[in-house]
Design a protein around this ligand. Structure first.
Ligand code: GUN
Length: 345
């Protein structure tokens, strides 16, 4: 039976097997198959000796990877079609202070996705000794410019600049990073239109991969303002039972062992090991560390991927973060078109 016989409805996994030399993309269309026997498209899968076996297919399924790049590409394609229907072309401004190679590389990815979706992209690169006041003035100028719909200030900022002050200078209607206190407050209440990109991207990855959240035990490792805190709120709002661990947590494994979903955003390569999670758990790896010339995530991918549904690094969360920035720029533009008579100050 060909893998293509699985119809595409919700998400993707990759399956590798003894007889195929390459990985094949396989689509899952019903509830995420885990732990025990599951039905997918009327076909039965089962779990035995730490492996999932498709019952109808006569090969061994050993790999289950959430392909963030593929999901992101589908969203970008759909987004492009929606953007073409708008009466104005969305415009995204990005402010970078300094020339950090990592920030420049992230910004390149944002520019590439903007090009794909038909969003105008403008980089304002300022020297590393730019003052807080100069940066604020540029933000106020962009806030007032009706032809710019989205604005982000690439973080981290140099130490002499107060990051919170700068974020608060951004008009919440143009805050496509979802970092301002107004947008964070609305995220808390579950009413936000502009949700932080990485947490939003992870929620979308879970949805597209049919991972259940309601009633599930979820462990968030990391409590940053950009990922851990907003994501734990989103997961709570979606009905998950969320535990947040941080670098001072005494025994992280004690929590992760009971988790149906583990999300790790600690910036500590290989932190989540095989013996810290149960087979069948979903692992979302937000880590992104350059080590010995290689990008490494926070989970021990090689050890975990035979038995867990897991995001790779790179190619998991990263592409979704950038894609959600484009989606937020579209949302902000649409809302500014609707309220175009409302003065943006
Ligand atoms: N630096 C690392 N991640 C981000 C992000 O999502 N937004 C901004 N503005 N800066 C970042």
């Amino acid at each position: 039976m060909a893998l293509e016989n699985f119809s595409m409805e919700t998400g993707f996994i990759w399956t590798r097997n003894k007889n195929l030399s390459a990985s094949k993309k396989l689509t899952i269309s019903s509830e995420w198959l885990y732990r025990k026997m599951k039905k997918i498209n009327n076909k039965t899968w089962y779990f035995r000796k730490n492996r999932y076996y498709p019952y109808i297919l006569s090969f061994e399924c050993t790999t289950m990877i959430i392909d963030g790049r593929s999901i992101a590409n589908t969203i970008l394609t759909n987004l492009r079609e929606e953007i073409e229907k708008l009466s104005v072309k969305p415009k995204l401004s990005v402010i970078l202070v300094g020339e950090s190679p990592a920030s420049l590389s992230y910004i390149k990815q944002k520019e590439r996705s903007a090009l794909i979706t038909g969003i105008d992209f403008k980089l304002h690169q300022l020297s590393v000794d730019t003052t807080e006041k100069e940066l604020q003035d540029l933000i106020y100028e962009i806030n007032k410019n009706p032809s710019i719909h989205g604005l982000i200030v690439q973080l981290p900022l140099p130490k002499h600049i107060d990051t919170n002050k700068i974020i608060e200078a951004i008009d919440p209607r143009k805050d496509v990073d979802g970092f301002t206190s107004q947008n964070i407050g609305e995220l808390f209440l579950g009413t936000a239109d502009l949700i932080s990109c990485t947490p939003k991207g992870i929620m979308r990855l879970l949805k597209e991969s049919s991972v259940k959240i309601q009633g599930e035990n979820i462990v968030m490792v990391g409590k940053s303002n950009i990922v851990g805190k907003p994501l734990s709120l989103l997961l709570m709002n979606a009905g998950g039972t969320v535990t947040v661990c941080n670098k001072d947590t005494k025994n992280v494994a004690e929590f992760t062992k009971n988790a149906d979903i583990v999300i790790v955003a600690a910036g500590s390569p290989g932190l989540v090991k095989k013996d810290m999670v149960h087979p069948g758990a979903t692992i979302i790896d937000v880590g992104f560390t350059l080590m010995d010339g290689k990008i490494r995530g926070d989970a021990d991918f090689e050890a975990l991927e035979p038995t867990c549904l897991i995001t790779p690094v790179p190619g998991g969360v990263g592409p979704m973060t950038v894609t959600m920035l484009m989606e937020n720029t579209y949302i902000a533009t649409k809302s500014q078109i609707i309220h175009k008579n409302t003065k943006v100050s």
